[in-house]
Design a protein around this ligand. Structure first.
Ligand SMILES: Cc1cc2nc3c(=O)[nH]c(=O)nc-3n(C[C@H](O)[C@H](O)[C@H](O)COP(=O)(O)OP(=O)(O)OC[C@H]3O[C@@H](n4cnc5c(N)ncnc54)[C@H](O)[C@@H]3O)c2cc1C
Length: 422
């Protein structure tokens, strides 16, 4: 493998370093050290599995700015009124108390790959033997003309859960009778392929109850989308006439927004809207670019170990990596994190490493008790993570099966969040 070592120190860290000598944390006690950046689906799982699996033989530090992590998974159900916000919030106390993970609430702002050192916004330095990056996504600048993060209060993305989800829900509830909700959907590849369409379903569910003459317009840059036949069948069954999906064949890829006027222009036709959910094109969380492990928008990895193809001491998990056939999902990130944890334990303590296997299922709720799913198993090849076999719900399934599918998703949520956060 050709190593292309570069050093990137963020401006904030450089400024902090000139003010006072940085503290080097955990540098002296002889155990191998793993630093995990990002305490979401991938990072929390990796930290837990490395710490638990090594039984204290590896020093694990998790860097995450938030004290409470809101899962994007089930955030649509919060918008639809099926979950409380508090039910999708998770803290890091168990990772620290039960598994001995050193949880540091800060931003990583620089990675020196030669010195194998992470710099935090607060100025501290964290040395590592292996680094895990699971920072999720950021948005591509200028992807939707008229929108940038300064517009996100008027036109929320709600694609990082928490305050954005609360904002979008409040805006939907404040819509005037007969008003218009617009969504600008993202191009591939992006976090959670069925996510925008589950969201449309949940918005329609709320509006059907409270604002039945309201309209939903979806401008989509893609000609088709995940579970399309299932969603379209569900929309016709539950929300007839309410949802107008405009795909790329009809100009859905030619979109501009104006947050001051609250207008959306689709193929030159300008519509005044009451709520506009803009989900721009995505890229790997910015720390991956700062580490120099991206090619294009994403960080390429080797499926066998989730090691970066540009630095063997760095593993990239979840949405930020490009790996092959797996969709960008919380389930995928959790599955990839376990493979990375096994590889890291093997490299640092000599524990046994088994061939990498992965799985994913994405459930979506269309209306009360109308759940659908798509999923697959995967294996690592030298080229990529490759799909082995898959399954998908069928159109026309009976109500009992759909209810069982929804109930399965509720069980999955409880199980996987406990697998991530302890
Ligand atoms: C509406 C919606 C619905 C979804 N539904 C599902 C679903 O039903 N099932 C499913 O499996 N997936 C679902 N997903 C996708 C899922 O949420 C993501 O794929 C998953 O969270 C990816 O995990 P990750 O670890 O890559 O990133 P994240 O979970 O986003 O975690 C990244 C973490 O890194 C932190 N971070 C970023 N930069 C830094 C830095 N420089 N320093 C320190 N920390 C940093 C962030 O604060 C964040 O906590 C959904 C997503 C959305 C938006």
């Amino acid at each position: 493998m050709t190593l292309n070592r570069r050093t990137f120190i963020g401006a904030g860290a450089a400024a902090a370093a000139t003010l006072s000598a940085p503290m080097v944390m955990g540098a002296s006690h002889g155990k191998p050290r793993v630093v995990v950046i990002g305490g979401g689906a991938g990072g929390a799982t990796a930290a837990r599995y490395i710490a638990k699996g090594s039984k204290g033989a590896i020093d694990v530090t998790l860097v995450e700015p938030s004290r409470s992590y809101y899962t994007c998974f089930f955030s649509n159900l919060y918008i639809g009124g099926f979950r409380e916000l508090s039910s999708i919030a998770h803290s890091y106390g168990t990772l620290a108390a039960k598994f001995g993970v050193n949880v540091v609430h800060d931003w990583a702002v620089g990675i020196d790959r030669d010195a194998k050192m992470v710099t935090l916004a607060g100025g501290a330095k964290l040395p590592y033997d292996r680094l895990v990056l699971s920072p999720g996504i950021d948005f591509v600048d200028g992807a939707v003309p008229g929108w940038d993060v300064s517009a996100q209060n008027k036109m929320p993305h709600a694609y990082k859960a928490g305050s954005q989800s609360e904002l979008l829900k409040a805006q939907i509830e404040a819509m005037p009778q007969g008003g218009t909700f617009a969504m600008v959907a993202p191009p591939n590849p992006y976090r959670c392929p069925p996510g925008p369409y589950e969201r449309v379903s949940m918005v329609a569910h709320v509006l059907k109850e409270t604002n039945p003459t309201a309209k939903i317009i979806v401008a989509d840059p893609k000609p088709k989308f995940s579970k399309m036949a299932l969603f379209q069948e569900g929309w016709a069954n539950h929300y007839e006439g309410m949802i107008d999906w405009v795909g790329s064949d009809f100009g859905g890829d030619n979109v501009e927004v104006n947050a001051d006027d609250m207008t959306v222009s689709i193929d030159g036709e300008v519509t005044k809207v009451d709520v506009c959910n803009v989900i721009p094109a995505m890229k790997a969380g910015r720390i991956c670019e700062m580490a120099g492990v991206t090619e294009g928008n994403w960080a390429p990895v080797i499926g066998h170990t989730m090691q970066s193809r540009l630095d063997e001491n760095i593993h990239v998990l979840g949405d930020a990596c490009s790996q092959g056939d797996m969709p960008k999902s919380g389930f995928s990130a959790n599955s990839q994190a376990k493979v990375a944890a096994m590889a890291i334990r093997g490299a640092l303590t000599g524990s046994k490493v088994f061939p990498a296997k992965f799985s994913n299922t994405c459930w979506s709720l269309i209306d009360t008790n109308d759940g659908v799913k798509v999923g697959a198993t995967y294996e690592a090849t030298d080229e990529k993570i490759a799909k082995v076999d898959g399954f998908i719900s069928k159109t026309g399934e009976d109500a009992d099966l759909r209810k069982a599918t929804f109930e399965e998703s509720v069980g999955w949520y409880a199980g996987i969040t406990s697998d991530m956060f302890g």
